[in-house]
Design a protein around this ligand. Structure first.
Ligand code: ADP
Ligand code: MG
Length: 682
């Protein structure tokens, strides 16, 4: 059977199953056999009855001691029971309504039972286990489990794949032939057969490694090809500039981490290649100051800087904050946002085109087609994880050769960092400005809301300010989520916040306000005209009002830990005590555990790690955010070693064949095409 034969011609795949497979993106036999298992039941390492943990599925190898006669029980069901024994203990095995299995089993024979062992130490039991004979296990020591989706059980998928493997043509080998011997990897066809039906754990591991390698290699080739579109020219060359005048102009001393990062940036910008650096630092570590130092250097060299922020609120704040920092040096700062009036926008665009505006701050608008720079030398992207890989490409196109500095509070696991940024250099701000105290974090239930508002009132009485992040409306149940969210936030504002803080000045902030209104509310909060700010998560990143001492987050269960950590970072930006109160009535233990974890931890890296481990990178860096294609097998936390090798290989290969045009690389070029077709890069 040819690899591009439609799946419905495989034995066991009827039209109904074919339709369900189609929803998984599986149309052809070739695609079917490249649908890999998620895990295995490993029969080679059975557990003993006495040592079986109660909370996990285990494999038990035991001999049948006794078959009890089938009995009828309530509800007309039939109960069949066996007593089995291994070298440590005995166990009762029960089935409901599945006579067939038990009838086949013989007293005195040994079988493998897969399930959960329950009951006390003296009365172990297992219900409805899967059973295998030793002969079956010898043929198939690891049995593949496929993700159950679209009404397809793992068993059905396994059978279809087995049937397909038996009749299909071998898969072609996309990797250069010397890789197989060099890295001692099986060829693709062997690896694919073994990943579905491994002959041993070692064969499975070798096949998985091989397929992960291919996946990461192809991904890296694709990313490098994407990046090379426009990143090849050399950067805006700069001469070294001493930063002392800048540091001396500040009301405080820079931390040594800020100084070090700034020096690394200066060194990059005097080099021949354009800078491509990630500045990573936890919320509040002072990344903006480093951006200001870099701008100072670019401007001293006669170049303009563009700084992009993910929200208008943040862009506005950066424009005024940076203006203060750079004013002593006569540096002209311009703010460019989507909501500007036509006349103001025209004037700003002119100032940018003439070079009069030396630092341009804005949202995505800054890389819009109509913005012409006189002499753009440096691009700073704040909170990079909000921008996709593709926008970076656009940037590179915009100013043929700018230095690029991306700043992020989200610690990116090394693997993902390597993938997203390839050869990006990394500076880390591993030090907070002196005097910062941990933000005291509490998780409370709704019935503490009154007390909580008393506490807010008390803080306000002491001259401090509060953020209240508002409940969200469940988006999936709503026809019009944005309007409903607006409704939720305004209702909360009047019925809860104003009612419980009757004598305080409370502002309201949400995404539906006009840019000017947002700026006004933010300005009022910053200048202390407002005591509290009820807001949606538009304030999530970057907002800096050091006098705010409390942040309340309603419906805290709706957010990932990294988002909560970002929100928490809005307070504790000065030297005094700060508080974060997470409100949630959600009873599930995983939610409680998650919130409790945040109460115990201030370290953003720990938070990100927890998020990744518990929700998976797909959630954490939602696909749209990181813009990477979905990977089937590779584990971004675990496969770092393989990734590094794959990256080296990809770079070498592209040196020989920069556009992947050689005929012997046609299969690879196809694989790249296919992987990236699943993701849109526009
Ligand atoms: P983030 O890294 O989260 O972007 P910001 O750049 O917004 O942090 O800085 C957080 C706060 O710390 C700001 O109010 C800023 O003025 C202040 N800050 C930055 N660097 C220092 C420093 N070296 N000493 C004291 N305060 C600082
Ligand atoms: Mg910031």
């Amino acid at each position: 059977m040819k690899l591009d034969t439609p799946v419905q011609y495989v034995k066991g795949v009827g039209p109904a199953i074919a339709q369900r497979l189609e929803r998984l993106g599986i149309l052809t036999v070739g695609q079917l056999i490249c649908h890999y298992p998620r895990r295995y039941i490993d029969y080679t390492q059975p557990c003993t009855i006495s040592q079986a943990p109660s909370d996990a599925e285990v494999v038990i190898r035991a001999q049948v001691l006794l078959k009890k006669p089938a009995t009828r029980i309530a509800g007309g069901r039939t109960l069949i029971q066996l007593v089995v024994e291994d070298e440590t203990s005995t166990m009762t095995v029960s089935w409901f309504n599945t006579q067939y299995m038990a009838q086949q089993m013989l007293v005195g024979e040994t079988y493998y039972f897969v399930g959960r062992v329950r009951g006390s130490a003296s009365r172990r039991e297992m219900t409805n286990p899967t059973v295998r004979t030793p002969a079956q296990v010898a043929r198939n020591p690891l049995s593949a489990i496929y993700p159950q989706t679209e009404g397809l059980s793992s068993g059905v998928i396994a059978r279809c794949i087995q049937n397909a493997l038996a009749v299909t043509d071998p898969l072609p080998e996309p990797l250069p032939p010397d890789y197989l011997s060099r890295f001692r990897m099986p060829d693709k066809w062997t690896a694919v057969r073994h990943i579905h039906q491994p002959s041993s754990p070692a064969a499975m591991a070798a096949s998985r490694r091989r397929l992960v390698f291919e996946e990461l290699f192809v991904l890296q080739l694709g990313l490098s090809l994407l990046k090379s579109r426009g990143m090849t020219q050399s950067g805006a060359p700069m001469r070294p500039v001493g930063l002392s005048p800048f540091w001396e102009s500040l009301p405080f001393s820079p931390t040594s981490a800020q100084k070090k990062a700034s020096e690394q940036i200066c060194a990059d910008m005097t080099g021949k290649r354009p800078m491509n650096r990630l500045l990573q630092g936890d919320v509040g570590s002072g990344k903006t100051l480093v951006a200001a130092a870099a701008t100072y250097m670019a401007v001293q060299n006669g170049y303009q800087t563009a700084l992009m922020a993910p929200t208008e609120i943040l862009a506005t704040q950066h424009a005024s904050g940076l203006q203060k920092l750079l004013e002593p040096f006569g540096i002209q700062v311009a703010l460019l946002t989507g909501g500007m009036r036509a006349a103001a926008r025209r004037a700003t665009l002119e100032a940018i085109a003439s070079g009069e505006a030396q630092l341009v701050v804005g949202t995505h608008a800054v890389i819009g087609q109509k913005v012409e720079f006189a002499q753009l030398g440096l691009v700073v992207v704040d909170e990079q994880h909000r921008f996709g890989v593709q926008q970076r490409g656009l940037l590179a196109d915009k100013a043929r050769s700018p230095h690029v500095l991306v700043m992020s509070a989200t610690p990116i696991p090394r693997t993902l960092g390597l993938l997203m940024y390839g050869d990006l250099d990394i500076s880390i701000l591993d030090e907070l400005p002196p005097g910062r105290k941990p933000v005291k974090t509490y998780a409370v239930t709704q019935n503490k809301r009154r007390q909580m508002y008393h506490f807010l009132d008390d803080q306000i009485g002491q001259g401090r300010q509060a953020y209240i992040v508002c409940p969200l409306v469940e988006e999936s149940t709503s026809e019009n989520p944005t309007t409903d969210n607006l409704h939720a936030v305004t209702t909360y504002y009047t019925d809860v916040a104003q009612a419980l803080l009757p004598n305080r000045r409370i502002g309201l902030m949400h995404g539906k306000l006009k840019a000017k209104e947002k700026a006004q509310v933010m300005e009022d909060f910053k200048s202390g005209k407002l005591d509290a700010l009820v807001s949606t998560t538009v304030i999530e990143v970057g907002v800096d009002v050091p006098n705010a001492s409390v942040i309340v987050i309603e419906n805290a269960e709706r957010y990932g830990l990294s988002a909560l950590h970002q929100l928490r970072g809005r307070v504790g930006r000065g030297n005094s005590e700060a508080f974060c109160i997470l409100v949630s009535d959600h009873g599930s233990s995983s939610v409680k555990e998650r919130l409790h974890f945040l109460c115990q931890t201030q370290d953003g890296f720990e938070v990100a790690r927890y998020d990744l481990e518990h929700r998976g990178p797909g959630d954490f860096f939602g696909n749209r955010q990181h813009g990477l294609p979905t990977l089937q097998l590779a584990d971004l936390m675990g496969d770092t070693r393989v990734l590094e090798v794959a990256q080296d290989c990809a770079h070498q290969l592209l040196q020989q064949d920069p556009k992947l045009k050689l005929p012997e690389h046609a299969a690879l070029a196809d694989a790249v095409q296919q992987l990236f077709e699943r993701t849109t890069f526009n």
